[in-house]
Design a protein around this ligand. Structure first.
Ligand code: NAG
Ligand code: NAG
Length: 171
């Protein structure tokens, strides 16, 4: 099945990396936000910018995600322009006010390494659907996580901006 690689990677990377990486800065808050259809805490951000991926739906099971459980991500989107080698994604994850992650990743490389339904760049325009299961480790510290992920094509055209908050309560 075809998949929405971008959405998959945003979610996968944000949750997976939140488990293990620590840093020290503060992210810029996203500009204008807009809800995304479906059952998830995600919002589209930077909606004043042209974005080549229209994320039409995201569902998380369970929602909200739980530590020590598998998270099933289902997402759909419409891609308007080809995602080519050199595309990148900026991910910022905060735990409370502490920035855990602020990093730029090679989007195409991450897609291959994380095997998002075997998707490879170039990713042609079209309608994509995705189902992906990721395990949320027990070791994720409790707290309120804020994620901002902005993806860009090689020519700096914005692909998408997603943001959301997840609270992992202490047991
Ligand atoms: C968005 O794209 C349209 C059509 O390509 C263009 O007219 C408009 O200026 C762009 N807006 C921004 C904010 O870049
Ligand atoms: C998550 O799914 C994988 C693969 O289906 C399975 O091996 C693993 O036990 C599951 N983990 C939990 C916590 O349910």
């Amino acid at each position: 099945m075809k998949s929405s690689a971008v959405v998959a990677y945003l979610l996968f990377a944000a949750f997976a990396q939140a488990a293990s990486l620590f840093g020290l800065n503060f992210p810029e808050p996203p500009a204008a936000n807009k809800p995304i259809s479906g059952d998830s805490p995600l919002l589209q951000c930077d909606i004043d910018q042209n974005q080549s991926l229209d994320v039409t739906q995201v569902n998380l099971v369970p929602n909200p995600p739980q530590r020590g459980e598998n998270l099933t991500i289902s997402a759909a989107g419409i891609l308007q322009t080809t995602i080519e080698d050199g595309a990148y994604i900026d991910i910022e994850v905060r735990l409370g006010y502490i920035k855990l992650i602020s990093q730029t990743y090679d989007l195409c490389q991450q897609l291959e390494e994380n095997d998002i339904d075997g998707l490879e760049c170039p990713i042609e325009p079209g309608v994509y659907e995705l189902n992906k299961i990721v395990e949320i480790p027990n070791e994720v510290p409790p707290g309120k996580y804020s994620v901002i992920a902005r993806a860009y094509n090689v020519d700096d055209e914005q692909i998408t901006c997603l943001t959301g908050e997840v609270i992992f309560p202490a047991y």
